[in-house]
Write a protein of this length. Sequence first.
Length: 562
Amino acid sequence: MTDIKTTPTNFIKNIVNEHMQTNEFGGRVHTRFPPEPNGYLHIGHAKSICLNFGIAADYAGLCNMRFDDTNPSKEDVEYVESILSDVRWLGFDWEDRLFYASDYFEELYQYAVGLIKVGKAYVCDLDAEEMKEYRGTLTRPGIDSPYRRRSVEENLDLFRRMREGEFKDGERVLRAKIDMASPNLNMRDPVLYRIQHSTHHRTGDAWCIYPMYDYAHPLSDSLEKVTHSICTLEFEDHRPLYDWVLDALDAYHPLQIEFARLNLSHTVMSKRKLRQLVEGKYVSGWDDPRMPTISGLRRRGYTPGSIRDFCHRIGVAKANSFVDIALLEHCIREDLHIKARRVMAVLKPLRVVIENYPSDSVEMLEAEYNAENPELGSRQLPFSRVVYIERDDFMEEPPKKFFRLAPGREVRLKHAYIIKCQRVVKDEATGEVVELRCTYDPDTRSGMSGDARKVKGTLHWVSANHAVRAEVRLYEHLFLKEDPEADEDFKINVNPNSQEILSDCLLEPGMAGAAGGSRYQFLRQGYFVADPIDSQDGAPVFNRIVSLKDTWAKMQKGAGNK
């Protein structure tokens, strides 16, 4: 068996392997997944979840689940519950290690007092605009705040009064005393605490000052004895501050490591922007099946295994890159190809009357669910004189390579017989084709001796008297552009046709009781899931997960032939 500890597969595992060899952190591996509860998790967070929990599992270590809940004005219990549900659904378990930064508010406050006492933090009265001006730019060093020279005693008094609620929001802040000339703007006396009279979802009104993320995060890691603090690349410039906070307090010091975040085509990967889509009614909610949120992907029909497979395939890198959403779609096709039952659903029905079939006869036909997975079994399909086929499967004047139904042509009905179109019935007012009159060859039933006769086209169908009516939702990419954020207002790239609702679809009879969340392949249509919220027994609603056309596999095949 390969020893995963000595077979590194990415640069983070290289670092961990080295630490294991040198006995850094006493041979321990302890990670954490630290979301802010200010929105729903998206597919980018799934990459981080898989990485943090996966690294811990690879080394028989531990991974904490911790909420960095330091901004009560944007946080909500709804987000906490959704995040916990998403992580569990993806297949990960934090056991008894569920923590919150708010668990440490008193310790964080006392640490800040300690920084003041050693002259490394001060209370500043500059407002936001003044602080921005004093901060300087990338080419111009900052200027010391006029409050930087306050005595330790005055700072301790003001900080205590900040905690007691004596001042208004924004009136004062606590800042680290580092270096206003630093080339790294994050080190120019960053804010550690701000006044915010907001009710916290866990601590209520016990606090009116709250620590900044860059201060609370390293100390939370330290208090939990995390060994490897794995962050996305945008925190690379924040690492000197992470180290400064811990070194200034002589605290236990984890190692922060940054990796490239996920950038996925035809979507946005920002909770702030996703919130704009929700609040602007561009989508129905955080769990809209078009959203890249984990809850949206779950409702769309993606499986935990397909998302973990996707995260494994994209790997872990140091440099940002762009991933085609076709790879994510490929992963769910790969997962469902063998697992999904294959059934017949007619999304845009066209009535077919088989004139030489007995009007009072119903024939039960044996049909396997998935020829590539016999363990899924089979079912009995009713066949009768009137059936429905897909409207697009008929053309009155077909082009040369159209092998479906047309006047005078034959096709096979899947699992049933060969039929021939004899006559077309049209609406007298509109000229629209409303019905086909056909005949069938009774010697061509599938599986019988006459089945040897071949025709080029095979169509799916449903029996008119036995079909289940259903609503089916078809989805396209939420954004028209591959990179919607290339424009200043990303919302101008929202695809107005990203959802199509078909209300008069007809499914084979066994689909009447499809349980919410159950997945199927609709023959020739794609993979679908019974909507876990809107589906009801006898009145199913299906979301298309993905079409059958695998553009990713085609691209890979093309690249391999070059």
